[in-house]
Design a protein around this ligand. Structure first.
Ligand code: AN7
Length: 359
């Protein structure tokens, strides 16, 4: 058996092939890592930027989707986690921890497994999507279900890490923000600096903070349009939401840790943070899947819901960030679609009727 240290990939050996370069290598010049530092990677980043013809037509702009669900664990969190866990390993950490609505937990669990260190996650009881729970468990993290919501979980985990040598990998961790800013680099490069507006869901507000940092470092300044679910919209209301509620469980957050940074990103970019209803989120979710062929999780669809609701405001080049993939949350998908399953006897007449008959 190899020890955790020898199992870590070095920078030199990180990519088995040259077809996909980990973001920490691709953007090393702009990240707080030196050659030879431990690199914990699952080959994240370099995600597709897909044209969305139906959306483009609807809003009268060229709309593209940044497919962050194409990251190894199926969400944008991997960009931050490769950095946070690599830095933790560099510091000699043996354990990481986070509070999570699900995706951070899945990502932390995967990168901790890769690094050969332990991981604990605190999730709100009964409130994280099944795909995320499956990932977190199968990666071997210790899953702690809190009788309380995400905001309380984060408070407690911050207190805990103040007293114990466990590295906190929520987006209070600067390495998370550093890693996630690389998505802005990729979009800027792909569009050769022509991006005018970015639509993005906002929960704990780490990601909008990261994008703004990334764009600023390149001297770019697209407008950032952040969207929160109506029932979990503290940044829109200007006050903490004690009991956040939305179908989009990933962004069911009432007291974002990057509050000031997110407001600054919206203001400095001449953007905004606005609300979308659950109905609007689910309508965008279904439209993406049924008309663009793109299955994302409900929280991700908030970016598109916001664009459809408020319009492109004369921006011609727009990107919507689809933060996580649809398979993360099968229950919500099964409960919210226009399809139906047709039962059928195992004989040709019944099959004919099922396939060719009136729907
Ligand atoms: C799919 O996993 O907070 O505004 O604990 O999973 O940076 O918080 C997830 C957030 C958007 C919001 N889309 O990003 C967690 C967690 C998806 C998400 C967000 C999340 P932030």
């Amino acid at each position: 058996m190899s020890t955790p240290t020898t199992r870590l990939l070095t920078v030199e050996g990180a990519a088995d092939t040259r077809t996909h370069v980990p973001l920490l290598e691709r953007y090393r010049q702009r990240l707080p890592f030196a050659p030879g530092d431990p690199l914990v990677t699952l080959q994240e980043g370099s995600t597709p930027l897909l044209r969305a013809p139906v959306l483009s037509e609807l809003v009268g702009a060229t709309v593209r989707l940044k497919l962050e669900g194409a990251n190894p664990t199926g969400s944008f969190k991997d960009r931050g986690m490769t950095c946070a866990v690599s830095a933790a390993v560099r510091e000699g950490a043996k354990a990481v921890i986070c509070a999570s609505t699900g995706n951070t937990a899945a990502s932390a669990a995967a990168y901790a497994a890769r690094a050969g260190i332990t991981c604990a996650v605190i999730v709100p009881e009964g409130r994280i999507a099944q795909g995320k729970m499956a990932q977190t468990l199968v990666h071997g993290a210790r899953v702690i279900e809190l009788k309380g919501n995400f905001d309380r979980a984060l408070e407690l985990v911050r207190e805990l890490t103040g007293a114990h040598p466990i590295v906190l990998v929520n987006s209070v961790n600067e390495f998370r923000i550093e890693g996630q800013k690389t998505a802005a680099f990729e979009i800027h490069e792909a569009l050769e600096g022509s991006l005018e507006a970015l639509c993005i869901p906002v929960g704990n507000a780490g990601n909008i903070t990261s994008y703004w940092r990334g764009f600023r470092e390149l001297g770019a300044a697209p407008r950032l349009w952040g969207f929160q679910a109506e029932g979990a919209a503290p940044l829109v209301l200007g006050k903490i939401v004690e009991q956040p509620e939305t179908v989009a469980s990933a962004i069911r957050i009432g007291n974002p840790v990057r509050w000031e940074d997110a407001m600054a990103a919206a203001t400095d970019s001449r953007g905004s943070i606005r609300p979308v209803s659950d109905q609007e989120i689910l309508a965008a979710f279904r439209l993406l899947a049924s008309k663009e062929g793109m299955f994302c999780e409900p929280a991700s669809a908030a970016s598109v819901a916001g664009l459809l609701k408020y319009g492109a405001d004369a921006a011609e080049q727009v990107v919507c960030v689809l933060t996580g993939r649809g398979l993360k949350d099968p229950e919500t998908a099964i409960a919210n679609n226009d399809g139906r399953v047709i039962p059928c006897a195992a004989e040709i007449g019944a099959i004919e009727e099922a396939v060719l008959g009136d729907p």
